[in-house]
Design a protein. Sequence first.
Length: 114
Amino acid sequence: MGIEKLSENVLLVSLPKEPQLISDELVTVNKIVGDGHACDVIIDFSSVTLLTSESISSLIILEGFLKNLGHKVILYAVSSMIRQILERTGIQSLFEFADDQFAALQSVQPSSLF
């Protein structure tokens, strides 16, 4: 799990399984982009089985901040249960979804990777 800068314009975030650690990781990402490092953010949900309200709040803050700067948040490997949580909270439409990391990388502008 962790945060990896793939390029100046793309940040890859691998979320852990533990709900509190997910929140901590998302708060860290919000701090990074809030400190002037705005970029497209790709988030790996493959280990996530539960989202807390704090995690949902952090996702909403991240999406709003990046959208205002012309960037996006892409979630990949999202389980059907997590998708249902996002649907029920009414925020699924805020994000782009991809099946895997390759597809998520393809959805960012090619120039963002170099």
